[in-house]
Design a protein around this ligand. Structure first.
Ligand code: SAH
Length: 257
């Protein structure tokens, strides 16, 4: 009898430790209005383990604390839901400069019917992304190695996506030249930004209009249960992008339109 009580107590402790570890994440998800199954939660857990392990070798991300990674990588990536796009739809989404998988991998885990393409110019990162896709057994997602300026001229990528997202890659003017060519007319490009800088937006106006875009919506909010300010800047694709864009690799960064 004593032994049974002991076992119940031990399992209660283990349960509590496990719940405590994930409770902040669950609360944050609730605040975003996202419901995940235990299988999806464990995919996030698994992704975090792989990210932290890989980080020791390759320095993929500056964030090494678990809670911080949950908030600044996972919740931040999922905060796209605040924009109001229908993430439950079966649409093609491309993530430009995905790095270690942000925001694309969290979006795939939480909204599995999205058909996702991750793009990165660094081979090592694409190898990591492919490894994650395999280990987490994700389908309807692929990682492509290349520069946005080059891939955007290939017909299997150009204007093939309802939604293009990108986080922490370049200024809005440069990013518009990387991203808008991938978007179908009628679709959206949404940039994840730390805070909306009015100057950054106004200096991107020329670039956006030359590339066939138009300002759509711009919003700022704090991540759930934190004072971390984030902005989403959305550009609608209203016309086809002229075929001369994007210019050759490097130019959008060096000389924004
Ligand atoms: N989006 C991730 C990574 C940001 S770091 C995150 O938020 O954590 C920027 C990434 O963009 C790097 O991995 C870099 O290789 C990639 N990148 C920069 N310019 C690029 C380009 N022109 N085409 C494709 N990838 C690019």
């Amino acid at each position: 009898m004593k032994r049974e009580i002991y076992l119940v107590w031990i399992s209660f402790l283990i349960y509590n430790v496990f719940m405590a570890k994930n409770s902040n994440f669950s609360q944050d998800l609730d605040k975003l209005g996202i419901n995940l199954s235990s299988n999806q939660i464990s995919k996030f857990e698994h992704f975090l383990e792989l990210l932290l392990a890989e980080n020791e070798k390759y320095n993929l991300t500056a964030i090494t604390d678990r809670d911080e990674a949950y908030k600044k990588h996972f919740i931040d990536s999922l905060s796209l839901i605040n924009y109001g796009v229908d993430l439950l739809a079966e649409i093609n989404l491309i993530d430009i400069g995905s790095g270690a998988g942000f925001p694309g991998i969290p979006l795939k885990i939480a909204f599995p019917q999205l058909n996702i393409t991750l793009v990165d110019a660094t081979n090592k990162r694409v190898a990591f992304l492919n490894d994650i896709i395999g280990r987490l057994n994700l389908s309807g997602i692929k990682a492509v190695h290349g520069r946005a300026e080059e891939l955007a001229h290939q017909e299997n990528f150009r204007e093939q996506y309802e939604l293009c997202v990108s986080r922490a890659v370049a200024s809005l003017a440069t990013l518009s030249e990387y991203c808008l060519p991938f978007v179908k007319p009628g679709g959206l490009f949404i940039a994840y930004k730390a805070e909306v800088a009015a100057a950054e937006i106004s200096s991107a106006e020329n670039s956006i209009s030359l590339l066939g875009g138009q300002a759509h919506q711009q919003m700022s909010f704090t991540l759930p249960n934190s004072d971390i300010v984030r902005s989403l800047v959305g550009i609608e694709k209203i016309r086809e992008t002229p075929s001369k864009y994007p210019r050759r690799a490097g130019l959008p960064g060096k000389r924004p339109l």
